[in-house]
Design a protein around this ligand. Structure first.
Ligand code: NAD
Ligand code: WQD
Length: 340
């Protein structure tokens, strides 16, 4: 049995589907602080089977202990965490408490039960401002905000755990920019309030929920002046987790792996690709740069291919088509009754 913390969330829900399709027995552990029970119903519909869920916080050690007692958990995929960079700057303690203290509780209970295999959701944010491109796993690590620092700190904790006990097998998956949705349009990204990230913002403009996109700066040193990122389809990302689980028995200690496509697209590229996929005009205004943003970020994905036998397959057109299908069929996210 695989325990999936944060399994009701955006990346977790897609990963659950890939794991069930591959025959894994899974259990979701989520406090629904940034997700909905409707997502679980939709996942059950896609999977064609009921999904076991523990509705609890990873900081609740008694509940974690009870879960490990009730189920024979072989490995954990740890998605649970808060992820809004801006909010983390306003409320650093909330982020450190939820992400770091929560992870420590989880790792303690795993130790208690001798469960020493974990796949951790890290982020390209741990590379800070990269010294060159593309970004490889051996680049120096740094953080520029409390969210990023929480990811880096959890990576460090896991590295220390592995040094202290060579029985641990730890994969640190560093995601680039996840976008897209399941092709069924039953599950997808459902941000609370005003989206922080580019793709959900663009799709809300397309569906008429927001008037225009604010583009944060057009004076970067990039071909069109707007920021460049490595957008990766969430289903590709989910399959990366499947490969990680299949590989985890072979490793010792910690291994960090970039999950990206290796391709960089600008904000204007994204607007153009989304207009094409949706047939809608995306109005935008150029505004000043967002504090803390870097100009360009994309992965060197070669280690993932060599080590996990995984590479991203879905292109930008598919990322936009699937985001649009999800957004247009569920204009209010999980609040909408799905119409086929
Ligand atoms: P998400 O918010 O959709 O999913 C996270 C899930 O964790 C939610 O369902 C939430 O309810 C749950 N959760 C949060 N705190 C919890 C707690 N204390 N106890 C139990 N459950 C808790 O986010 P996501 O986009 O699916 O991201 C998943 C992971 O990947 C996060 O750790 C995030 O930091 C990391 N990540 C995300 C991105 C991205 O751009 N989406 C990029 C890199 C890394
Ligand atoms: C992408 C590009 C913006 C919104 C963040 C986190 C990172 C990771 C992924 C978790 C940039 C521009 C955006 C908008 C815009 N999360 N933009 N107008 O900043 O690369 O990464 O999410 O680990 O840690 O920092 O992603 O989607 O916010 O921005 O012009 O309304 O779009 O400036 O160039 P980012 P993003």
């Amino acid at each position: 049995m695989i325990l999936i913390t944060g399994g009701a969330g955006y990346i977790g829900s897609h990963t659950v589907i890939e794991l069930i399709n591959a025959g894994y027995d899974i259990i979701v552990y989520d406090n629904f602080s940034n997700s909905s029970h409707e997502a679980i119903k939709r996942m059950e519909q896609i999977a064609g089977q009921p999904i076991k869920v523990v509705d609890a916080d990873i900081k609740d050690k008694a509940k974690l202990r009870e879960t490990f007692k009730n189920y024979s958990i072989n490995a954990v995929i740890h998605f649970a965490g808060l992820k809004a960079v801006g909010e983390s700057m306003q409320k650093p303690l909330k982020y450190y408490n939820n992400n770091i203290s929560g992870s420590i509780c989880l790792f303690e209970i795993m130790s208690e039960f001798g469960c020493k295999k974990i796949v951790f959701s890290s982020s390209a944010t741990v590379y800070g401002e990269p010294r060159s491109l593309p970004i490889s796993e051996n680049f120096p690590l740094s953080a520029t905000n409390p969210y990023g620092r929480s990811k880096l700190f959890i990576e460090d904790i896991l590295r220390d755990i592995a040094i202290s006990d060579n029985g641990w097998k730890i994969l640190l998956l560093r995601y680039f920019n996840p976008v897209g949705a399941h092709t069924s349009a039953l599950i997808g990204e459902d941000p609370n309030g005003i989206p922080n990230n580019l793709m959900p913002f663009i799709s809300q403009v397309a569906v008429g929920k927001r008037e225009y996109l604010s583009i944060f700066g057009d004076d970067y040193d990039t071909p069109d002046g707007t920021g460049v990122r490595d957008y990766i389809h969430v289903v590709d990302l989910a399959q990366g987790h499947l490969k990680a689980l299949q590989k985890i028995d072979d490793i010792q200690g910690t291994v960090a792996v970039n999950l990206g496509t290796g391709k960089g697209y600008s904000v204007l590229d994204m607007v153009g690709a989304f207009e094409k996929a949706s047939g809608k005009k995306i109005s935008y205004k150029i505004v000043k740069r967002r504090l803390g943003d870097i100009a360009v970020c994309y992965a060197n994905p070669s280690f993932a291919k060599e080590f996990l036998g995984w590479e991203a397959k879905l292109d930008l057109a598919k990322m936009c088509e699937d985001t649009w299908r999800w957004q247009s069929k569920n204009p209010k996210g999980y609040d909408t009754i799905h119409q086929a």
